[in-house]
Design a protein around this ligand. Structure first.
Ligand code: UD1
Length: 351
């Protein structure tokens, strides 16, 4: 059996690494990796391939940045020609980026079965480009791998239950696997002069970075916090942050690899983020999270106050930072750490 995995952006490299490792243990499955080139900076792409031992992509479309239409259009064309050449039995897609929707459109129009990893996530906020990518990808895919029961319910509500399978979350598998590797060599995964007590922040969502008032609010909150805040900065955010006054307690560093990120989450007192993945990683690693968005797809992380939604309201952010630490999360909502095995069994038809 041959499968083409379409990946392109940082969170997809993490998910694909876990699936590729399982596929690698199944001699009957041949995986062809297609990198769209959506992320191309050294520390947004190559670093992840090296650190996570992802097989070298067979194809890199080198699409790079651009408007949604240009980026998605170029991917569509490139993915189509690879699929026509490779003629896979399945196309595997991950998450909710422009690379995901391009893969879904290209493959389904060639009548190649499509399996979507991390299906059924909904923010119910169509301002997010990711929400459009999710809805369209799920609607036209053949197999929908839902990471949580909430995702299963969302898919059922859209009439997609026939294609839906609950698998658990590959990002949970991934944290369990790589945490162990990271903890074997703690000295390798630290930042110089890291304070004993600090908050870890990430900001990259277009809803925040592309609206000066949102950025002002976030920076205002950070300025008033009585802790140092470490911000590994996404290239999109780096481009615009120089237009603002940087709070003295905010330290900007280059984007970090996956293992470094896990290590920083573990060491941080709390995490402040607009990322979906980081909310879960914080939850899995037992670090409270403050989500600077108006909603979350990962509602399970809200239980017991483990994750707090504050939008970009400075007062709410500050209050959430001051909240006492909650009890350790106990939830099994993200599966048992074997989501990748379940997924590979499902699309190879062995279960
Ligand atoms: C994309 C995904 C988002 C995901 C995020 C993870 C979409 C619509 N969004 O957002 O869901 O959470 O990846 O990071 O697909 N840039 C660089 N170098 C890079 C990559 C990006 O400089 O290697 C800059 C470019 O200026 C680009 C901007 O970042 O214009 C945005 O990149 P893009 O891939 O379009 O979206 P992300 O914000 O990374």
């Amino acid at each position: 059996m041959k499968v083409v995995s379409v990946i392109g952006a940082r969170p997809q490299f993490v998910k694909a690494a876990t699936i590729s490792r399982v596929i690698g243990s199944r001699p009957e499955v041949e995986e062809v990796i297609l990198h769209t080139g959506q992320h191309y900076d050294e520390n947004m792409s190559r670093l992840f391939f090296e650190e996570l031992n992802i097989p070298e992509p067979h194809y890199n479309l080198g699409v790079g940045s651009g408007s949604h239409a240009r980026q998605t259009g170029q991917m569509l064309e490139g993915i189509e020609s690879v699929l026509l050449k490779e003629k896979p039995d399945w196309t595997l897609l991950y998450g909710d980026t422009n690379s995901t929707i391009a893969g879904a459109l290209a493959a389904t129009k060639l009548h190649i079965p499509v399996a979507h990893v991390e299906a059924g996530l909904r923010s119910f906020n169509r301002i997010m480009p990711e929400e459009i990518n999710r809805i369209v990808t799920d609607r036209i895919s053949d197999l929908l791998f839902a990471p949580t029961q909430t995702a299963v319910t969302n898919l059922r509500n859209e009439g997609l239950e026939k294609a839906t399978r609950f698998t658990g979350d590959v990002m949970y598998d991934s944290v369990l696997f790589y945490r162990e590797i990271m903890e074997k060599d703690p000295a390798a995964f630290t930042v110089q002069d890291l304070p004993e007590v600090f908050l870890l922040a990430t900001i990259h969502r277009a809803e925040n970075t592309d609206h000066p008032q949102q950025m002002e609010n976030i920076l205002k909150a950070i300025r008033e916090l009585p802790y140092p805040v470490l911000l590994p900065i996404h290239p999109r955010t780096k481009k615009i942050i120089s237009r603002f006054s940087i709070p003295p307690n905010l330290r900007l560093i280059d984007p970090v690899g996956y293992l470094m990120m896990l290590s920083l989450i573990l060491k941080a007192t709390k995490v402040i983020t607009d990322s979906g993945g980081l909310q879960k990683e914080a939850y899995f690693l037992g670090t409270p999270c403050i989500t600077i968005r108006t909603e979350t797809e990962w509602v399970e992380t809200l239980h017991d106050g483990w994750n707090t939604i504050t939008a970009t309201d400075p007062e709410r952010i500050i209050r959430a930072v001051q909240l006492p630490l909650p009890k350790r999360p106990q939830s099994q909502a993200f599966g048992n750490g074997n989501a990748a095995e379940i997924i590979v069994d499902l699309f190879t038809g062995t279960c």
